[in-house]
Design a protein. Sequence first.
Length: 450
Amino acid sequence: MKLVHWISTGGLVALAAATAYAQQAQPRPAALSQARPAPRMTIPVKALLPATTTLFDSYVARNTMPGIVGAFGVGNGPTLFPSAGRISDDAGAPAVSPDSLWRVYSMSKPITGMAAMMLIEDGKLNLDDPVSKYIPAFKDMKVATSPDTSLDSRPATRPITIRNLLTHTAGLGYSIVTKGALLKEYERLGILPASVNAAMEEKMRLVRPTSLEAFANRVATLPLIADPGTKWSYSIGLDVMGRVIEVASGMSFERFVQTRLFDPLKMKSSFWQVPQSEVGRLATNYAFVGDTRTPLDPAATSVFLQKPSFPYGGAGLVMSARDYDRFLHMIQDGGTLDGVRVMKPETIALATSNLLPAGVTYGGVSGGTGGTKGSNMGFGAGGSVVLETMPNGPGKGTYAWGGAAGTVAWVDPLKRTRGNVMVNYFPADRIPLREDVVAALQQDAARLRR
C-alpha cells in the first residue's frame, strides 16, 4: 500500500472539528445496549461524511459486496461509523452495524503483537531474548538451502528472537506465501493456523496440532527459509508468539488476551469462537471468481462457530468495527482508554517504532494477504509502521495492517487519528477499497475545510 492511502492529517483534523459534538446513533444488540446505552445523535453520519457514505452505498448498489462498515475517529471525539448494506445476501439479513461481526484474519496480528509488548513492559519478555528460552525446541534451528526444491538444510547462524517473531524476520514460512518442498512439509505437518470454512476445516483438523504447545514444537522441527534476523518474510511468527505468551505469562494465550486487553478495554465483540447466541451478527464470508460472488463461509454454518484447534494469534479473531476501534483508540491514546490504562505510553511508542533488525528492510506483501506496501515503512509489533512524518500525510509511528478477507486498520499515535473498515470477501484486493475509502474521506475533509 502506498503512503497516499493513509488519511491526511489535515483531513482528519477537519473531521474532528466537525464531529466534536456529534453522537453515535447506530442500533446495538440488546445485550450490548444494556451494558452501555447508545447516546443520542445530533448530526447524522451521512451529513458529516457524505462522500464516504455515498461510496459505501455505491458498493452495495453495484452489488460489489453485501455490506460494509467503517470506523473513523480523531482524538477523543466520537467515532463515526458509516455503513451500507447487509451482513449477507440472504433474504432478511440484518443491516450492517458497528457491532456486526467480521473475520479480521491477519488483523489479529496487531492484537497478538500488543499482548507481547505488555509482557515486555512487565519484564517477563525482552525483545532480544531467544525464543528457545520459552520454547526449548527452537534451540538448534536449521535453514533450508533451497526451500522451493528440497528440505536439505544447514545450521542457522543465530537464534530466533522475540523481535524476530514480532517483525516476520524469524525465517519462518507461511502456507499463503511459502512454495515448493517446504510448503508441502508445512501442509503435511498441519502448520495451518487459520480457519476458512467447515469443509476445509474438517480436512485441516486431521493434520493440525491440537494445542499451541504442540504447534510451536512442530514448527521448530522445520527448516527456516533464511537465517533469523536477515530477511523480512511474511510468516507464522505471530502464531508462534501465542505460545511464547502462554509460557511467559503462565496462563493460556486466549485468557491473557481476554483479561489484559479485551476485558479492560470493554471489547465485548471479539471472539476466537463466536457464541451461537451471536450468530445473528456474524457476516457471511464470500469468494469471488471474476464478478461472481459465492458464499464461502455462511454465517449459519461458519467454521468460526467451532472451537479452533488452538487460538491463532496470526489469523484467528472475529471482531466488530466498534471493538477494533477501541483497540486502535487505546494505541492512539498511549495505552489508555476511558481512564483505564493497559499499557504505558513508552510501550506503545516502542511497539509502533521500527523494530526490524539492523540491515533488514520491509518491502510489503501482496494486497491479497491483507498486508501493506510502500516506501518509508518499517515494521513494529505485528504491523507496519511509518518511519518519518509525511507533509499532509501520516505521522511517524503510524501503525497499520489488514486482513485477508478485505479488512483494514490504521492508527497514527502522533496525530491521534485512527480508522478501520470491515468487509468479508476473498480476495482482499479484488477492488481498490483502500484507495477509494481514503479518497472519499479526503473529499469529506476538503468540504469541511471550506
